[in-house]
Design a protein around this ligand. Structure first.
Ligand code: TXA
Ligand code: MG
Length: 365
């Protein structure tokens, strides 16, 4: 991998595109010159570069330490920006864009002629997203170029949901970090391929399978969404095979009601053992505890999960028992990230349902 020359990183406040227009103009200028700008989106922060500038795109890979075979998402501000970026706009894309753009949905389409090889990692497809965050949209418009942006974390650490997370990972590696506050969704976008025979969900996110099925009767859920896949196996989405969202501690995902979970913690307590559970459980945990939202509110779990993983690392946790979310609606995306952070280690307590529940409910398998 190409070495990156150290950079002086400036953090600029940009919570509002009007009030912070000067910061956005500066950042847009940096993008036009081939620099790297960390930008807030409604999902997670991204490291942005001009998607049409090969060298700038190569710098993204170097700054993140990202494997070259993992393609990037290209961010646009207007539907007409698709011209030249994709070879063809499938009908389903128009329909889905009407319902979910701007927003947390990435759509994979046949690749257009202006997309450099490195953005697509040599695939004949390209992933496109139109974010809804006003700062992201204003920046793309001011720069006047499509913006390639993976999540703004070092490869292997949890995606960043605050500017402080980005600074911790990327200081000295990017030119500007735009501080737009906390990301409202907190998990990366839904990734949907529309380049194959049937629409295929590659990564669950805030646009849920239930919502997609309303417009796409023949939606297929890729195996990699819920299962561990062999690194040697060819996969539809290269990102799925990497050990993602991996905190330093070993995480085990525990399925069960609160009482069974607390008894389990009691049996397993010891030095370096932590609980990762819902806010209301905190008082009763027999071991040090980090929380990630409320049990019946998957949106709060999505928002809190990645910061919770970073807090666990900061507190020196070595063994973490995480209470599993219900994998329905947005909870499926929360579960997908957590089970990967746990390297697919799961235990079922009492009458909790096993994998079969998921298979029946979702038709996976
Ligand atoms: O919410 C998000 O999507 C954030 C923000 C910054 O927009 N971005 C993000 O990017 O999560 P990244 O690079 O961390 O994840 C992109 C995922 C990877 O799993 C990658 O393999 C997949 O999308 N991907 C990108 N292009 C693809 C393609 N042409 N075919 C299949 N998968 C693709
Ligand atoms: Mg990422």
């Amino acid at each position: 991998m190409e070495a990156l020359t150290p950079r002086h990183t400036r953090v600029l406040l940009a919570t509002d595109p009007v009030r912070h227009l000067a910061a956005l103009k500066e950042a847009a200028n940096v993008l036009q010159q081939g620099g790297l700008v960390v930008l807030p989106t409604e999902t997670v922060y991204g490291i942005g570069a001009n998607a049409l500038d090969r060298e700038a795109v190569a710098d993204i890979f170097a700054a993140k330490g990202r494997p070259q075979d993992n393609p990037l998402i290209v961010h646009i501000a207007d539907f007409s920006d698709l011209d030249g970026l994709v070879a063809e706009i499938p009908d389903s894309v128009r329909k889905l864009a009407g319902a979910f753009w701007p927003g947390p949905l990435t759509m994979i389409m046949p690749r257009g002629r202006y997309i450099p090889d490195s953005v697509s990692a040599g695939l004949d497809t390209v992933a496109i997203r139109m974010p809804s965050h006003p700062v992201a949209r204003a920046l793309i418009r001011l720069a006047g170029v499509p913006v390639a942006a993976p999540s703004a974390n070092l490869s292997g650490s949890p995606s960043p949901t605050t500017a402080a997370h980005c600074y911790a990972d990327l200081s000295g590696r990017v030119d500007i970090i735009l501080d737009g506050g906390r990301c409202s969704v907190g998990l990366e976008s839904t990734v949907l391929s529309l380049a194959g025979e049937r629409p295929r969900l590659l990564r669950p996110g805030a646009v849920t399978p239930e919502q997609l099925r309303e417009l796409l009767e023949d939606l297929v859920i890729d195996d990699a969404v819920l299962h561990s896949i062999d690194a040697a196996q060819p996969v539809a989405s290269p990102g799925m095979k990497y050990k993602h969202y991996a905190p330093r501690a070993d995480i085990t995902l525990v399925h069960g009601g609160l009482e069974a979970y607390l008894a389990f913690l009691e049996e397993h307590k010891g030095s370096g053992v932590f609980a990762l559970t819902f806010d209301a459980d905190k008082q009763r945990s027999p071991v040090p505890c980090v929380t990630y939202g409320s049990e019946h509110d998957p949106a709060s779990q999505a928002e809190g999960l990645f910061s919770a993983l970073r807090r666990l690392d900061a507190s020196g946790a070595r063994q973490v028992y995480a209470r599993a979310p219900l994998p329905q609606g947005l909870g499926l995306a929360v579960y997908n990230r957590l089970v990967r952070a746990a390297a697919f280690r799961e235990v079922y307590l009492g009458d909790q349902v096993p994998q079969q529940f998921l298979n029946e409910k979702w038709g996976f398998g």
